[in-house]
Ligand binder design. Structure first.
Ligand code: ADP
Ligand code: MG
Length: 245
């Protein structure tokens, strides 16, 4: 379970997130959509503590952080392990093989023994369909394969929630499907997921809730049918018209 309550974040003068509330129950999937610059990435980064909001609380599983006040580095580290982030541009280590990329988190963050981490990484890479690519370096993989390594890496620390930031938007169209398929499998396994994406068919099939953000605010939320088929807000309608043209 993840609950972000009244999250507000500014970069200098710019208010990027204004009182955002998001709740994802265990095993549910929330899809966030919205125009570029609306604060989607910043919200995910706040959930992963790569950014710290000025206000609000964040609860993952049984741990809560109140951002009002100073947060000890130790709490940030332990809290960050609760979520696994999948980035738009994969962010793999180029000098590490697929397996080394997946082992890195468990070995350095969780202090898992190399032997065990290696075994587990091999297993997870098998799950995302890369069992024959464990020794391969990122530059030898297609974008879709690299992103599946990115997903495997996020899974490796056994996160309570997985965060996806437009995971298919950097991919050639023919490679999008293989990544969405892996994400669908994760949803079916009952993982708790927050997904920023404009892949409508994925959202319709997999999301329990869709949230539309604009200018740092939640404008509208509901089931995929409610938001996509009978949006209430003008801004939502305009945005949906743009992306479905
Ligand atoms: P989205 O992911 O919806 O496109 P972002 O969260 O990336 O939106 O950005 C929201 C706003 O915050 C944008 O105006 C962006 O320029 C600004 N922003 C993002 N990161 C920073 C940063 N590190 N410093 C200053 N401004 C930032
Ligand atoms: Mg973004």
């Amino acid at each position: 379970m993840i609950t972000a309550n009244n999250i507000s974040k500014r970069f200098g003068e710019l208010e990027v997130l204004k009182n955002i509330n998001v709740n994802v129950d265990t095993g549910k999937v929330v899809v966030i959509i919205g125009p570029s610059g609306s604060g989607k990435t910043t919200l995910l980064r706040c959930m992963n503590l790569l950014e710290q909001p000025e206000e609000g609380t964040l609860t993952i599983d049984d741990q809560t952080i109140d951002f009002h006040g100073k947060i000890p580095k130790k709490s940030i580290r332990s809290f960050r392990r609760l979520s696994g982030m999948v980035f738009q541009t994969y962010n793999l280590f180029p000098h590490f093989t697929a397996r080394q990329n997946v082992m890195e988190g468990p070995v350095t963050v969780q202090k898992v023994g190399k032997q065990d981490a290696r075994k587990k990484a091999t297993e997870i890479l098998g799950k995302v369909g890369l069992g024959d690519k464990v020794e391969t370096y990122p530059h030898q993989l297609s974008g879709g394969q690299q992103q599946r390594v990115g997903i495997a890496r996020a899974m490796a620390i056994d996160p309570k929630v997985m965060l996806f930031d437009e995971p298919t938007s950097a991919l050639d169209p023919e490679l999008v499907g293989e990544v969405l398929l892996v994400m669908k499998q994760l949803a079916e396994e009952g993982r708790t997921m927050v997904v920023v994406t404009h892949e409508m068919s994925f959202a319709k099939e997999v999301a329990d809730e869709v949230i539309f953000m604009d200018e740092g605010k939640v404008i509208e939320r509901g089931t995929p049918a409610e938001v996509f088929e009978t949006p209430k807000e003008e801004r939502t309608k305009r945005f949906l018209n743009l992306i479905t043209e």
